[in-house]
Design a protein around this ligand. Structure first.
Ligand code: NAD
Length: 252
């Protein structure tokens, strides 16, 4: 049984990760900024309302994890926000700063406070949720794409810095994921382009070799693999779970 922390774990991909780890009898600690969503988590999961971009809250969280669990085997630094959809000249500095603070800064703070716990144990797996936007870029989503590229640079650095202590770091890049978040994107893009939701969906799906969106479970399966013994020599890798995108103009 492992101890697993998932940030942004009360909904979407993070919640699917928490479910997948819990299903194999791992102990799960889910944090999220959304108190109402945390309320809906199963009673067996530990939950904490934490803003990943708030250092005092993150420090207190890890002190609590150290006191209660004494160790942390797996960190899923997953919380992220979409940021604005706007041309670069229309992106407000405040929106840029907020997106970077949560989507990249939250991964930094998670790793900063997880590292000492993992070093103490001489083992650990850090799994960061990037995006195919962190592999290709994403027109009209400059803050998000910059943050997701940053997440990959940070992960590579963690893999090098922490590898000697038995700690691995890897990034998962989800493609378009079936779910509420993408339904919102499909609706907004459809409205902006005068297209139906299904037309926009087909546009996204056709950008992949497999012609389909992925599911939250697909991402969770990869997280479980990366955390497990089967991946004991896998570190510093960027792994897309996206139905294969070789598209220079991806939509995610
Ligand atoms: P989601 O919105 O369903 O879940 C994200 C969770 O993070 C939410 O529960 C939200 O409350 C929480 N959160 C937001 N800001 C936070 C903060 N400051 N502190 C703590 N928690 C916070 O989205 P999702 O699709 O599950 O996204 C999860 C991750 O996957 C994100 O990093 C996202 O960028 C990435 N991603 C998603 C997709 C997709 O198609 N859904 C594609 C590529 C990458």
């Amino acid at each position: 049984m492992s101890n697993v922390l998932i940030t942004g774990g009360a909904s979407g991909i993070g919640r699917a990760m928490a479910r997948a780890f819990a299903d194999q009898d791992d102990q799960v600690w889910v944090t999220d900024v959304d108190a109402a969503a945390l309320e809906t988590c199963p009673a067996q999961w530990r939950t904490s309302q934490i803003d990943v971009s708030n250092e005092a809250q993150m420090q207190a969280l890890f002190a609590k994890i150290a006191a209660i669990w004494g160790s942390l085997d797996t960190l899923c630094a997953n919380a992220g926000i979409a940021g604005p959809t706007a041309k670069i000249e229309d992106v407000a500095l405040s929106d840029w700063n907020t997106c970077l603070a949560v989507t990249l800064g939250g991964v930094f703070l998670s790793a900063k406070y997880a590292a000492p716990l993992m070093k103490q144990a001489g083992r650990g797996a850090i799994i960061v949720t990037s995006s195919t936007a962190g592999q290709y870029g994403y027109p009209n989503r400059a803050p998000y794409a910059a943050a997701k590229w940053g997440v990959i640079g940070l992960m590579k650095t963690l893999a090098m810095e922490l590898g000697p202590f038995g700690i691995r770091a890897n990034a998962i890049c989800p493609g378009a994921v079936e779910g509420l978040r993408m339904e919102g994107v499909l609706e907004r893009e459809g409205a902006a382009k005068g297209m139906t939701r299904d037309q926009v969906y087909a546009g996204y799906a056709s950008g992949t070799s497999m012609g389909a969106f992925v599911t939250e479970q697909d991402i969770a399966n990869m997280a479980v693999f990366l955390a497990g013994a089967g991946a004991k020599m896998v570190s510093g890798q960027v792994i897309a779970v996206d139905g294969h995108t070789e598209n220079p103009d991806p939509k995610i």
